[in-house]
Design a binder for this molecule. Structure first.
Ligand code: SAM
Length: 236
């Protein structure tokens, strides 16, 4: 099966159905990913089925569990080659998307994809914990998402500062039971509250996944996020 056929099959029971235009955009994204991945390390998953299921469908699982309001301001922290953020933008072009990563070369790739697909997003080259202290970004997003960046206690310190009061942070995880227990204290300190945990299997034997939804119930205290050295030395 081609990437497109696999993606259609993998998402047939999903809440959000992709249009012809969106499928073509994802095909082009796939082609650029394969092309650029030869020059720089963007993804370890390179086969068509892996890209369709473990990158594209995995990112789209968000819509199976959560309603993202129209024009929501969304930040993807540690977006890498654009997962899940850029896939969410293709599926829902109304969202106002920010893609943040500490590696410039990944943002150069994302800029090229955005131009090719004629989509807009704000690209920020920064460490997550530095951006979280920037008053133009802090507590200014409706939703922060992140996948495969850090353990949930550290990831919460990276992501929750970006979220406005009553907004959410949704972490894309494999199985996360131990991590969740270990992060409850950090989430509380940072002004969050675990609202829901969705455990499910990706289609086509793609593996177990968990989406952890954390609501911002109090402002994040000013001292968080701390500098990288402190987060590493003394994770919450
Ligand atoms: C394993 S990749 C995951 C990329 C993407 N989210 C995905 O799921 O495919 C981790 C990404 O997070 C970025 N990253 C790690 N720590 C970061 C930090 N403190 N601030 C910003 N980006 C970070 C890395 O540069 C890398 O692009």
């Amino acid at each position: 099966m081609t990437m497109r056929e696999t993606l259609i099959a993998a998402t047939k029971d999903f809440n959000l159905q992709l249009s012809e235009k969106q499928l073509s955009q994802l095909e082009r994204y796939h082609a650029l990913l394969a092309e650029w991945n030869e020059k720089m390390n963007l993804t370890a998953i390179t086969d068509d089925e892996g890209i369709a299921v473990k990158h594209f469908a995995d990112s789209l699982t968000l819509f199976n569990y959560y309603d993202i309001p129209q024009n929501a301001r969304v930040i993807d922290v540690g977006t890498g080659a654009g997962f899940p953020g850029l896939v969410l933008k293709i599926a829902r072009p109304d969202i106002e998307l920010t893609l943040l990563d500490s590696l410039q070369k990944r943002l150069t790739f994302l800029d090229a994809v955005l131009q090719e697909l004629n989509l807009d997003a704000n690209l920020i080259h920064s460490r997550a914990e530095e951006g979280g202290q920037n008053m133009n970004l802090r507590e200014s997003y409706d939703l922060a998402v992140s996948r495969a960046v850090a353990q949930l206690n550290v990831l919460s310190e990276y992501c929750l500062p970006y979220v406005r009061l009553s907004g959410w942070f949704i972490a894309f995880k494999g199985s996360a039971e131990g991590e969740l227990q270990n992060a409850k204290n950090a989430i509380g300190i940072l002004g969050g509250k675990v609202k829901s945990v969705q455990n499910f299997e990706l289609p086509m034997d793609g593996g177990s996944r968990t989406l952890i939804e954390i609501e911002k119930v109090r402002p994040t205290p000013d001292r968080y996020p701390r500098p990288n050295g402190k987060i590493k030395a003394k994770p919450l």
